[in-house]
Design a protein around this ligand. Structure first.
Ligand code: PXP
Length: 243
């Protein structure tokens, strides 16, 4: 069974554009659950550009689905995660100037720091996930420091989804496929996400070791036209069809 985590960050982006209380990310999370989502993902950024602290409070208090809290490896975020103890914590790299999470975490280059950083989160019962590229060195480092999960970054694969770059896309997909097999063989649960759409999700969903996909921006964009429930149900159909 391939799980779908729905990332609701961009519901908050639309809300914050006008400073109104709507659209409410919690309402979106409830709708996502009705439509068959298996989890909710929210990224509390250091600059709070979309999800706010109050959103995390509301999600933790009201959500029945497991929450996957994405965050940078900072002391502030660690304290917030330890206070809430969400089902999962996904550590992502974060630079203030970027539009979204552009690359994977450098676990191999920060092994000791990240091992210390995730230890209290693991002790608090959170499933710790590391958002990384498919480089074997990163996957092996994630296993060494005791992460439960790696989320493989599909952004480069999705960006290559145009004519003329299909050979590069196939190479990227092959890297993700090898990375998923390596991670699984090291005892890591494999997730994937970033940039996925109805058109690009199939080959990722078909990688047998992948257990969960986290998808946000495209679903929220599509919901303008079809509604969030239908966008999620169609994504599920695409995922299940590829499995
Ligand atoms: N997974 C991680 C770790 C992310 O940082 C993001 C973006 O917030 C996603 C998945 C979802 O990406 P998208 O919004 O492009 O579907």
């Amino acid at each position: 069974m391939l799980r779908l985590g729905v990332n609701i960050d961009h519901v908050a982006t639309i809300r914050n554009a006008r400073g109104t209380p709507w659209p409410d990310p919690l309402r979106a999370a409830r709708l996502a659950e009705e439509a068959g989502a298996d989890g909710i993902t929210a990224h509390l950024r250091e600059d709070r550009r979309h999800i706010s602290d109050a959103d995390i409070d509301a999600l933790m208090a009201n959500l029945t689905l497991p929450l996957n809290l994405e965050m940078a490896a900072t002391a502030e975020m660690q304290a917030i995660a330890l206070r809430h103890r969400p089902h999962a914590v996904c550590i992502v790299p974060e630079k203030r100037e970027e539009r979204t999470t552009e690359g994977g975490l450098d676990v191999a280059g920060n092994e000791a720091m990240l091992a210390d950083y995730i230890a209290p989160l693991r002790e608090a019962g959170c499933r710790v996930s590391l958002f990384i590229g498919h480089d074997p060195a990163q996957i092996e480092a994630a296993a060494r420091i005791g992460a439960a999960v790696v989320e493989l970054h599909t952004g480069a694969y999705c960006d290559l989804d145009t004519e003329g770059r299909l050979a590069q896309r196939d190479a990227e997909l092959a890297g993700l496929t090898r990375g998923a097999a390596l991670a699984d063989s090291l005892g890591l649960e494999v997730h994937a996400g970033h940039g996925l759409t109805f058109d690009t999700v199939g080959p990722i969903a078909a990688i047998p070791q992948v257990r969960e996909l986290n998808i946000g921006h495209f679903l929220i964009a599509e919901s303008v036209f079809t509604g969030l429930g239908e966008a999620i149900r169609e994504m599920r159909r695409c995922m299940d069809g590829a499995r």
